[in-house]
Design a binder for this molecule. Sequence first.
Ligand code: SAM
Length: 194
Amino acid sequence: MVSLKEYAKEHHVPIIQDEGLIFLLKTINDYRCKKILELGSAIGYSAIQMAKLDKAIQIVTIEKKEELYKEAQKNIKYEGLENRIVIHNMNIDDFETNELFDLIFVDAAKAQYGKYLKKFKKNLANHGVFFFDNLAFHGLVEHPELCKSRNTKQLVKKIKKFIEETLENPNYSCSYYPDIGDGIMILKIKENTL
Ligand SMILES: C[S@@+](CC[C@H](N)C(=O)[O-])C[C@H]1O[C@@H](n2cnc3c(N)ncnc32)[C@H](O)[C@@H]1O
């Protein structure tokens, strides 16, 4: 079986960068996360890496594209992780749960990050964290003048607004790392602000 990284490269499936993944796994360890919600599974690469960290880790992950969902399901099964990674083939907008998670890894549509934060903050356990990837958007958030299309420019504008709004929000405690991987933010919700 070709490695998932090779498969992703060959089939142009975006997956988390190595540096971002190392930081994600360290965050899971540091916060002793056992229950994880992932928004955006793609082929299951990051979910599998997270699950392999610790046998006590349970993951719920969501992917809307059927072909990616099927690929992820196959990969999860191949790793024997189907009892610890539950994957749903659906749109995140339609996913509802009352479960609490120690870490919510947000890696789906970048323009929707504000919406995802609003929707899932009720699902964050006490002392839990949100982990947002791709906030640098390949350096374009810092340098929007390099955007080649109007759509990308709009997207980059939205990401910038999300970063500024969350950093300024007194209810959140955020650490933003623009130079790690493709730009990462760890966000905690301050007590008594839910
Ligand atoms: C960057 S990829 C995820 C990569 C994966 N987390 C990894 O690192 O291995 C983002 C995925 O989110 C999915 N996605 C985007 N918007 C979505 C939505 N509204 N509902 C469900 N999945 C969505 C895309 O189809 C894509 O596969």
